[in-house]
Structure formats: C-alpha cells, structure tokens
Design a protein around this ligand. Structure first.
Ligand SMILES: [Zn+2]
Length: 416
C-alpha cells in the first residue's frame, strides 16, 4: 500500500518549509542589533550573544531539516513499503512485532541522524563558549538516559495509538487526545519527583538568608511555599536559571546552585518572586489547559490527514508510523510560534507581578542584564526570531517591561 500526500500534507510541508527558510535566513542575516541594546550591554556582549546563538540556531535548523528530509524521503519513495514488508517477514507476520520492529528502526535512524547535532550543540559548543562543566563520558551518560526514557515512553505511546486505531477506527483521535491529555497531567505532577531526580540532585535550601527572603515573599504573595530546592546544575553548566514545577503536593520552586553562587541576594529574590508570580497566577494550570487544547486540535488534524493518505481504516500497516512521525515533527515545528506566543504572555505577567511583590525595580533590571550577559543571550534578536523562537521576551524587552511595571506601581502608590 503506497502512501499519498495530498493538499493538506502539502500545506503543512509548505508552512514548515517557509518557516525553516525564514529561520535560516534570519539566523545567517540577523540584521543590525537595535541601538538601545547599547544602553545596557557592551558591544562585545551583544556580539558574543549573537554569535553563540547563531551557532545554536544553525545546528537546530539543520538537525530539523535533516530529520524531515529523511522522513519525507522514506514516505515518498517506495522504501517505506519495502521496509514494512521486510519487518513483517522478519517477525513472522506478527502485527505487533512488525510494528515495534519498524518503529525501532525508524527511531534508531532518527537518533543516528540527530546525535551529531546534539553532540555539537550540547557538548562541543558549550565547551567552546566556556559553559560546560561536563566530561565527554558524562554527556553520553545523560544522552543514553534521556534516549532510553524517550524510547520506553514512545513504545508505550505507539502501542496505545495503534491499539486505539484498531479499536475505534472512527474516533481514535479523540481517545488518543484524551490519553495524551491525561499523560500531560500525570507528567506535570510526577515529573519533578520521578524524572528530574534521574538527572540532578535536589536539596532543600538551608541558607537562612534565602529562607527568610522566601518566607517574606511567600507571605506577601499569600502562597504556602514549602519547597525551595537547590539543583546541582553546576555538574553540567555555569549558566544560571530557576524554574517552578509540579502540581498540588509536588509543587516546588527550583533554583540552580549556579544562581545562588554567582548572583547577589536581591537578584535571587527577583528570580524567586518571578517564579512565585507564575505560581500565583496559575500558569502551570493555564499552560496545561492550552497544551490539552492544542493536543486535541493536533490529533484531529492527524486523523483527517491520515484518512486522506491511507486507504484502509483499521489495522494500519507499520509504515503509517513514518507518516505519523513526520506529522508530529512538522506540526510541532510549525506550532512553535503559537506556543511561544502564549509562553511570552505568561512571562510578561510574571515579571510584572514579581516587581509588585519585591518593589525592587533596580534589582529586577540588574538581574535581566546579568542573566543575559552571563548566559550569552541574544539580547536584540530580529523580529522574526523573537516571534518564532523566544519563549521569554528578549532581555531588552523584559528590561523595558520591568521599567514600565515599575513606573505603573510607583504611580499607583502615589495616587493611593
Ligand atoms: Zn518565567
């Protein structure tokens, strides 16, 4: 059975193609940095951030294009049918055996194609720019751990998907969207206590200065923050960061040990306030709700596209998997700007709430300048790059927004 790519598929390929060409163009030719960047950053900082990010972006887009090209070639040539026939014979015509062997071959091929890119951006570039504290061996241990985890979860996903297709030929996409939504919720709850500890050690902060600062903020924000954990990020990188994760009892604020070691306490306070603001405004739940909505939408599109490309409606042959993988690769790339649009909105809100919690605009501004300079952010990206790939507003935009939020809270205090 040959797979057909009709106009729906062509539209998706076209959209991803246009986005990748623009991405490539604005990576290679980002234009001049806006002069305002010079108010907060030296020309060297701006240039270094641009160069470092140019390398990362080139690797990312090349890796994406290689993977898409491979899957497109597989789907459009008759190779995929030959491969499906071969795995069926090799597994003695077992439907599930053939399916799993087919998936394993495609998965291994994709890993093989993408590992040089991951190695370059995750290890060599990080060493070249002085960020990585990891040995070559430690990098591979990380890689095999996350690849193994990914493989295990994907196999469970593939089995459930094909089982659902066979069980509910007309409505499997709803079942799949429901499964994945449930998985999002489970994963959000368990990720901080099950997955994150596989890669890092988390210890509750014992520093009295940090504890009293967190206590003061949590009173102000009216949040019962029981867990502020320090993560041993320094085992991999010198970059600093922090995040907020979990649901219900697994909710926690995580600070990188590099943040505590290299940043003054008032800047750390600005970070904690930002994370509490996410918490306070229910951003995890909002993110989850948006993810679930997007997920139903994606499965619906996949269902329509498969109906037009595959002639039989149940017991899909294994090679349909290649088409499904191609769909998710293209759709997640084409959906990146939408996802980042929502994320930036929440980040802006968190920055604003954080300033009103600390009342310390200068520290919030210094934090943005220090983070961008030390982590080598591209502080003034092209408008396209900002729209497409920034999950947080650029450092320059954040600085402007924080100043604005500071002015607003000052004027509301004066008028009170
Ligand atoms: Zn944030």
């Amino acid at each position: 059975m040959q797979l057909r790519l009709n106009s729906g598929w062509l539209a998706l390929v076209f959209l991803a193609g246009v986005f990748s060409l623009l991405y490539l163009w604005f990576t290679l030719f980002p234009g001049r940095a806006v002069p305002e960047a010079g108010y907060y950053f030296s020309a060297e900082q701006v240039n270094q951030g641009r160069q470092y990010n140019m390398s990362l972006r080139l690797v990312y887009i090349c890796s994406f294009l290689v993977e898409v090209s491979f899957l497109l070639w597989l789907v459009l040539s008759s190779r995929v049918v030959d491969l499906a026939r071969w795995v069926q014979r090799a597994t003695g015509d077992s439907y599930w055996g053939g399916l799993l062997l087919f998936f394993l071959i495609i998965w291994l091929s994709l890993q093989f194609l993408s590992v040089p890119f991951n190695l370059y951006s995750g290890y060599f570039l990080q060493h070249q720019w002085g960020f990585s504290t990891q040995t070559f061996g430690a990098w591979w241990v990380d890689y095999f751990k996350s690849a193994g985890l990914g493989l295990f979860l994907s196999i469970v996903g593939v089995v459930l998907l094909f089982w659902a297709i066979n069980r509910w030929p007309g409505t499997w996409w709803l079942a799949c969207a429901a499964f994945v939504s449930l998985w999002f919720v489970i994963q959000t709850f368990f990720w901080p206590v099950v997955i994150a500890p596989l890669f890092n050690r988390f210890t509750p902060s014992k520093d009295p200065a940090v504890l009293s600062m967190v206590h003061e903020l949590s009173e102000k924000a009216r949040l019962p923050v029981s867990q502020v954990l320090i993560m041993d990020a320094s085992r991999r990188t010198t970059k600093a960061n922090a995040y907020f994760a979990g649901l219900g009892r697994t909710k926690r604020i995580v600070l990188y040990d590099t943040l505590l070691a290299d940043y003054p306490l008032d800047e750390v306070k600005a970070v904690v306030a930002h994370e509490m603001a996410h918490w306070n405004r229910g951003h995890i739940i909002r993110g989850l709700a948006l993810g679930i909505l997007g997920n139903f939408f994606l499965w619906g599109i996949l269902f329509v596209l498969l109906r037009s490309s595959v002639t039989q409606f149940t017991r899909y042959p294994p090679h349909v998997l290649a088409l499904i993988l191609l769909f998710f690769l293209l759709a997640s790339f084409a959906g990146t700007p939408l996802q980042n649009y929502f994320s930036r909105g929440m980040e802006v809100e968190a920055d604003q709430v954080a300033v009103s919690l600390t009342g310390d605009v200068p520290a919030a501004l210094r934090l943005q300048v220090d983070l961008a300079a030390r982590n080598l952010s591209d502080v003034a990206p092209s408008a396209f790059m900002h729209w497409f790939s920034y999950s947080h507003p650029s450092a320059l935009n954040r600085i402007k927004l924080i100043q604005h939020a500071g002015d607003d809270s000052l004027s509301s205090n004066l008028s009170r």
